[in-house]
Design a protein around this ligand. Structure first.
Ligand code: ADP
Ligand code: MG
Length: 146
């Protein structure tokens, strides 16, 4: 397990690459003001808990990095909240407590293999977050302060 870390802010527009169409919407956060946190934590896939101030607490699996498949020049913070929402929540305040690291960021030969890996990451996150070690962070005060 890693030392939990925290990041939050309003949900911003990403590149709109159709991750939603692929069944993997990611609520992007601005990286501004988070450079030291981002340099302390390697790029890759993490999991933890997310809270949307007006909606509740959800499991999340998150990519932090340059998305080599898409050749991004800038790092992005992209949590996928493991819940079906009936509407978008751009602009809403999103707080994350990050409790575990799944794998480093790697490139994939095809979009299909990228999607398959993300679905595998989701299952890892779903299962891990039910363990007392990780589920206890669902009550983290940081999530309630939003
Ligand atoms: P963008 O490139 O703008 O981030 P996405 O295709 O990644 O677009 O979709 C993300 C948006 O979809 C979020 O900003 C949010 O408003 C909405 N959304 C709906 N359901 C979810 C979910 N389960 N997890 C994350 N975002 C979601
Ligand atoms: Mg996104």
């Amino acid at each position: 397990p890693i030392e939990p870390w925290y990041i939050g802010g309003p949900v911003i527009k990403g590149f709109g690459r159709g991750s939603k169409v692929l069944g993997i919407p990611t609520a992007n956060l601005s990286t501004e003001g988070h450079s030291s946190l981002l340099s302390e934590h390697p790029s890759g896939v993490y999991f933890g808990w997310a809270v949307l101030s007006t909606r509740g607490v959800y499991k999340m699996v998150m990519s932090i990095g340059w998305n080599p498949y898409f050749n991004n020049a800038e790092k992005t913070i992209e949590p996928w909240l493991l819940h079906e929402f009936s509407e978008d929540f751009y602009g809403e305040e999103l707080h994350l407590v990050i409790v575990g690291y799944i794998r480093p960021e790697v490139n994939f030969p095809s979009l299909e293999s990228l999607i398959a890996k993300i679905q595998e990451d989701r299952k890892v996150a779903e299962t891990a977050l039910d363990l007392p070690l990780y589920s206890k962070h669902k009550d983290d005060p940081y999530l309630k302060s939003s």
